[in-house]
Design a protein around this ligand. Structure first.
Ligand code: SAM
Length: 335
């Protein structure tokens, strides 16, 4: 069976049957071969270097009502906030001083507020001309994407969430359509943003066929960045009683994608680190090459609760940068 891994590594693709075998196999030796090959490819591409991105959760105000998400519009039990320009710039400054060179502004979907972020992005660009500025603000009008791009943002993350339109319909309220998400992704790319997409592993109603379709979608879309983590339930959402996604399956998918798309930036996500205390190192040993420490002001973190357990100290906090560096050191990697 390990010749499946050889074939994937060599040809950078695999049949659906082969993918299914890699995803479902209970042969631990095979899984280890998969992870080993993926980390070899990651090391060939990037060396034993992990790239840090400063995550700034700038607002939890959201017009959307995604059924899985704790900051969905119809959750009345969270305190809504938006960071001020000064708070955003202070978070960037702190990250820059600690050596981070990419700022990621993430938030709920709120097109008028996104438009008002343009001068903030412009100020970030002027203050840190060499930084990468990544946005993750959901589906916006083309003109707003264009405005933010002109203001200095150069990367955009928008997960496709699931490549099966019927499954997409079960995760989102009526009115949200997979085709709109796809159109946004194409606009983002056309505007010259480095583009990231991805999905949750183990989201409610997801089948193995859906996951294979997601992998195929990523294979053909060829994103620059891939955001991928396990689904985790949030107690104030309609999906409160669904089980969390599997860390093992998430790690297998990191490895498969590393072998398919060797140059992709793949973060070991916060959701994985929330599910499994060693999620960051396990992700790296499966082929991930990015970690996103959280630079949101501590007082606001509890309110950016996408899923239960998210603000657990250690899972993501920038305060533990030294701890992260030592963790990486134990597996022979550095930032
Ligand atoms: N509003 C922007 C958007 O929709 O792209 C960015 C923020 S959104 C909260 C960021 C990502 O969080 C989503 O793409 C989704 O995959 C992930 N997410 C939300 N709820 C989650 C949950 N319960 N478990 C795991 N990931 C979740």
């Amino acid at each position: 069976m390990s010749n499946l891994v050889d074939a994937l590594r060599e040809r950078r693709t695999l049949s659906d049957k082969g993918l299914r075998e890699l995803l479902e196999s209970d042969d631990e030796g095979l899984v280890e071969v998969l992870h080993r090959n993926a980390r070899e490819v990651a090391v060939e591409q990037f060396g034993k270097v992990i790239w840090l991105r400063a995550l700034i959760e700038w607002s939890n105000v959201c017009r959307n009502d995604c059924l899985y998400c704790g900051i969905r519009r119809s959750n009345p039990n969270i305190v809504r906030y938006s960071l001020t320009k000064d708070e955003i710039l202070q978070a960037c400054d702190r990250a820059w001083r600690l050596g981070l060179r990419t700022f990621v502004l993430q938030g709920g979907e709120n097109p008028p507020a996104a438009e008002k972020l343009a001068p903030v992005v412009a100020e970030m660009r002027a203050s840190w001309p060499e930084a990468a500025i990544t946005l993750s603000l959901g589906e916006l009008p083309y003109d707003t994407y264009a405005l933010l791009r002109r203001s200095g943002a150069n990367r955009y993350l928008l997960r496709h969430e699931t490549a099966n339109p019927a499954h997409y319909g079960r995760l989102h309220p009526a009115g949200m359509k997979f085709e709109n998400r796809l159109a946004c992704l194409h606009s983002i790319r056309e505007l010259g943003y480095k583009t990231g997409t991805g999905m949750m592993v183990g989201s409610p109603f997801q089948t193995m066929d859906d996951l294979i379709a997601d992998i195929r979608f990523l294979e053909s879309f060829r994103p620059d960045m891939i955001g991928l983590g396990p689904f985790l339930p949030h107690h104030d959402t309609p999906f409160r009683d669904f089980p969390a996604g599997s860390a093992d399956l998430t790690l297998r998918i990191y490895s498969i994608l590393r072998l398919m798309l060797p140059q992709a930036w793949i973060p070991a996500t916060t959701a994985l680190a929330t599910l499994r205390p060693d999620g960051r190192t396990a992700g790296i040993l499966a082929g991930a090459n990015v970690v996103m420490p959280n630079f949101t002001p501590v007082a606001r973190r509890g309110s950016y609760a996408l899923y239960d357990g998210k603000s657990r100290p250690g899972a993501e906090a920038a305060e533990t940068l030294q701890q992260l560096k030592s963790e990486l050191d134990t597996i022979g990697y550095h930032v």
